[in-house]
Design a protein around this ligand. Structure first.
Ligand SMILES: Cc1cc2nc3c(=O)[nH]c(=O)nc-3n(C[C@H](O)[C@H](O)[C@H](O)COP(=O)(O)O)c2cc1C
Length: 164
């Protein structure tokens, strides 16, 4: 798939089939994440891939906006060192993963991490070193139905040539 196709097709998927995503595909997603740009090229990220049902269910219980982790067959958790641009860097890595997943036909949804009240509980559950910031959790799985992108704000509404 061309990059622009993946951009146009990517959409959040929250309903998943009970069929695992192969390990080599999960690895490809993390490989895409680590190729993101980062401020001063510090690459502050760490990625935890969870496929254990019991842990996915625990996360679904902790994160009220991520209850669909109960259905997901994997979750990629993005952490970053506490650098000046940790959130931008971690978000770039997260988006790379979403786009790579779209390319591979895998469904994902970005689940908020940074600033959420469950950060500490999630970090503890995953044994994350205390200095790492939770950026995002990405639910991963095969979509149960055709994925359609939501309607976007039109280009001529958001694009301003030269000035507002
Ligand atoms: C920073 C961020 C946090 C998000 N957190 C959640 C979340 O906790 N739970 C969820 O279901 N979706 C979450 N989303 C997904 C958005 O709801 C979704 O991207 C938005 O509704 C647009 O839909 P689309 O992804 O299908 O284009 C998050 C997205 C971003 C960028």
């Amino acid at each position: 798939m061309e990059t622009l196709d993946a951009l146009a097709k990517r959409a959040s998927v929250r309903d998943y089939m009970n069929q695992p995503v192969p390990k080599d595909m999960l690895e490809k997603l993390v490989d895409a994440g680590r190729r993101a740009p980062s401020a001063r090229a510090v690459e502050p990220w760490e990625f935890v891939v969870i496929t254990e049902r019991a842990i996915l269910d625990k996360l679904a219980g902790i994160i009220s906006t991520g209850v669909f982790l109960k259905q997901a067959t994997a979750c990629i958790v993005v952490f970053c060192q506490d650098t000046k641009y940790y959130l931008e860097d971690g978000s770039a890595a997260t988006e790379n993963i979403l786009l790579a997943a779209t390319d591979l036909g895998i469904g994902t949804c970005w689940i908020a991490g940074d600033k959420k009240e469950y950060c500490e509980e999630v970090s503890k559950l995953l044994g994350a070193p205390g200095h790492l910031k939770l950026i995002s959790l990405i639910s991963v799985g095969w979509a149960t139905r055709e994925v359609k992108q939501r309607k976007r704000r039109p280009l001529d509404e958001v694009l301003h040539w030269g000035k507002f």
